[in-house]
Design a protein around this ligand. Sequence first.
Ligand code: NAP
Length: 289
Amino acid sequence: MTNKYYSLGLIGYPLEHSISPAIHMAAMQELKLSGEYIPYSVLPTPSGESQLKQLIERVRSKEITGLNVTIPHKQSIMQWLDTLTPAATAIGAVNTIYLKGGKVIGENTDAPGFLTDLKSSSLWVENGTALILGAGGAARAVSYALVQAGWEITVAARRVDQADKLINDISEALVTNNKMMKSLKLDDEALRPGLDSCNLIINTTPLGMSPAIDTNPWPSEFSIPPHIGVYDLVYNPLETSLINQAKSMGGNTRNGLGMLVEQAALAFELWTGLKPPKKIMLEAASQLL
Ligand code: NAP
């Protein structure tokens, strides 16, 4: 038990359905820390710019211990931070802010959070091959993590130029051979040929997420071969249309809940320096899903 008060929070808009407050409050209670986790609802920039800058200053002055950042501020807030970690720079998005050595630092815990969860699951293989559906912020985090871990990736997007940009940025940041990364159009014809050698399909699009639970990023013309695992970053609902489709073919699946908890645990550790009680955090999240 310490006397320190942990003022934590989440910047985003809208925030009504976020389960991060419950996850972090449960962790603080378990470790008997005194503190708060406040949702800061900030309008998209330019309207929200002065509020974002004020929140950063409150971190600098230690009034706020640390912040999570979510849609729509993950990219726009980067310009006002003092330092970005290599992961945040390469991914082009920040989801965690903390103070170190007087500097306000932007980090991205989605990438290591995803990798930790994948490695803890039966979907993990060494030097595997992944097909990533979507090329937005979460796809960038997943791609960064997998390429760094020695995987080959194919990024399939409805806008191939978005996938190409992702690949260029990650290969520049990691000084990696571009051969480890390919881009494709997210459609039936383009996806089919590479499936034999694929170990894992990862959904990084919001398709399947509540309330649009019947949507599915997989082109419906052909089934997912059962030798390929499916990891869906969506966690609400826990069983998406894609996960059900893969399961019905006998495939191995995992939803995004583990990643959600892992990225939160890494942020919690950066803010408190303490070992996060991940089991308690998972229970808190599960109660809301
Ligand atoms: P984002 O930056 O908006 O990226 C979404 C991607 O999906 C973009 O490439 C987008 O393409 C594509 N997409 C959207 N609708 C599509 C459609 N109908 N058909 C094909 N592609 C489509 O969002 P994000 O931040 O990456 O988040 C994506 C999802 O991951 C969300 O559901 C989020 O909750 C989840 N997520 C989960 C975790 C976790 O911890 N489990 C962490 C981060 C994110 P366009 O650009 O062309 O629209």
